[in-house]
Design a binder for this molecule. Structure first.
Ligand SMILES: [Fe+2]
Length: 402
């Protein structure tokens, strides 16, 4: 867990320099409304960072026609990939500079948005990407930056950070600065409805993890508690619907709202051990982030159940639990409710990739990440992480801790 001086320093930073939220356009047609804002601001040469699937399936035709009709000269960069590297950013940056782009619009998943964030900053800061990596390294204001997420879960549309791997070292580099927060985001269900069910579930459970880790963080604030709780409510109500009925626009929009709220909450407060363990598991076995979190989450809830009993009980009552039941019973019901949501959305109980011989290193690195970065409610020991990993390898969600 974060040392006390760092936790207080972070708290002071968040209090005196609060994280800004982007403007939000929501519902069918939100993308066009966002583009109207760009036009009204006088931007005529946007760089559109997106993925080829959206272009090839004509998903962006209405936006491109709208911008062309208003004499916009759109430069398209569709070379972003999952787990992007400096190479992708440098290719997009060259397009931005060569075409004298005056703004950046990201339409895609978390990787596309991360690449676009760094392109927007690098376009106005004449430094190498290595110099831009790190905390508070953005000196000049980035190009005006707009976002349309096409997966609901990463929260990248609202966060102040991007993760890009160094092409040479393959190490993930974190770019963290309030200037990475977009001007505006469009939560457009028309662009979300084709997300496959298994990805809908995985990224939705990632959003749930963001919300729960923010809600139980020791660096929480009144607004992060409120946004995290609302995100949790929306996810329990609408994620199963979005999973079962991909074309249900209301469910898609509500899950996108939940992702946005959870993204804001964890950016300001903190993540926790689910992410600390998940990052190491994904680094070892290349497992998808959302799915890995979804599988780890029930175990970490059980680890935190005693110390977070009041938090879990409040959430359980919000979700319809019996308010006359005692706190520990409600907390237990909440963990079962999360298991049920995972089952309802097809999240498996185990990860077959896990190998016993890796547990020690995964645990060591997870504890180090949490120590550096997260205001967790209760400190884990190495054997706790190893128990969690073992429970995942045998597919038992109901692990019990001493
Ligand atoms: Fe996450």
């Amino acid at each position: 867990m974060l040392s006390t001086p760092i936790r207080y320093a972070l708290r002071a930073l968040s209090t005196f320099y609060p994280l800004q939220k982007p403007l939000v356009f929501s519902g069918s047609g939100a993308t066009l409304k966002l583009s109207d804002l760009l036009l009204a601001a006088g931007q005529k040469k946007p760089l559109l960072v997106t993925d080829s699937f959206l272009l090839e399936n004509n998903k962006l035709d209405p936006l491109l026609e709208h911008l062309n009709a208003h004499d916009c000269e759109v430069t398209i960069f569709d070379g972003s990939i999952p787990n992007p590297t400096f190479t992708e950013v440098e290719t997009g940056l060259k397009l931005s500079i060569d075409n004298n782009c005056d703004s950046v619009v990201a339409i895609g998943g978390g990787s596309v948005i991360d690449v676009a964030k760094v392109i927007a900053a690098a376009s106005t800061n004449n430094v190498t990407l290595n110099k831009l990596a790190g905390i508070l390294k953005v000196k000049q204001t980035p190009l005006p930056f707009y976002v349309v997420p096409t997966t609901s879960g990463t929260g990248s549309e609202v966060t102040n950070a991007a993760v890009i791997s160094d092409t040479k070292t393959h190490k993930k580099q974190f770019f963290v600065d309030p200037k990475y927060v977009p001007i505006a985001a469009a939560l457009d269900p028309e662009l979300l409805k084709s997300l496959p069910a298994h990805m809908t579930a995985a990224v939705g459970m990632d959003a749930l993890t963001h919300a729960i880790e923010a809600y139980t963080s020791r660096n929480n604030f009144a607004d992060t508690d409120r946004d995290a709780a609302m995100a949790i409510k929306l996810l329990f109500d609408y994620l199963p619907v979005a999973y079962a009925e991909g074309e249900n626009l209301k469910a898609r929009e509500m899950v996108a709202q939940a992702s946005f709220l959870a993204g804001y909450a964890f950016s300001k407060s903190s993540l926790g051990y689910v992410h600390a363990i998940s990052h190491q598991v994904s680094a070892h076995y290349n497992t998808p982030h959302g799915l890995t979190n979804a599988i780890i989450l029930p175990r970490v809830l059980r680890f935190n159940k005693k110390v977070c009993a009041e938090h879990f009980a409040k959430l359980e009552v919000m979700l319809g639990g019996d308010s006359s039941a005692d706190t520990n019973t409600l907390a237990e019901q909440f963990t079962v409710r999360v298991d049920q949501l995972a089952e309802q959305t097809g999240i498996p109980a185990n990860l077959p990739e896990l190998k016993e011989e890796d547990f020690r290193n995964i645990a060591k690195d997870a504890l180090a990440e949490a120590w550096r970065s997260y205001a967790v409610p209760k400190v884990m020991r190495r054997k706790d992480v190893e128990m969690i990993l073992h429970s995942i390898s045998v597919g038992d969600r109901n692990v019990s801790f001493a």
